[in-house]
Design a protein around this ligand. Sequence first.
Ligand code: HEC
Length: 105
Amino acid sequence: MRLLTLFGLLATLATPALAQLEPGDAQAGRGLAANWCANCHRIAPGGPGPATDAAASFASIAAMPSTTSMSLRVFLQTPHAGMPDYRLTREQLDDVVAYLLSLRR
Ligand code: HEC
């Protein structure tokens, strides 16, 4: 079931031009990140640091050439060691991805 969702997602986002059109609200995403991600990730440049350095800052994640809307969505919808298995709603996912990509300079 989750795999099917993933394939559907990949099919929808396979066109790079489409992937650039971020449906999310970066401001809302920042709020979500402050609540859910800031324990482990530095979510804003110059912001308060997390208790651990095991996870990369959002700015450095955004700066990686391999980071795309699609890669973030796939990552956040698959379980990962060291990171809680969030069940983000579609809207929350859009918002967090929009926020992360907004950090790209
Ligand atoms: C409990 C700590 C923790 C929390 C909370 C957490 N993360 Fe992570 N995150 C990690 C760790 C550890 C890694 C590295 C895991 C890996 O490389 O497999 C990671 C990796 C990532 C990556 C991939 C970075 C890369 O190198 O490709 C992204 C994107 C990410 N996190 C986003 C988020 C978002 C968005 C949230 C909030 C919804 C969040 N994380 C919450 C610990 C956390």
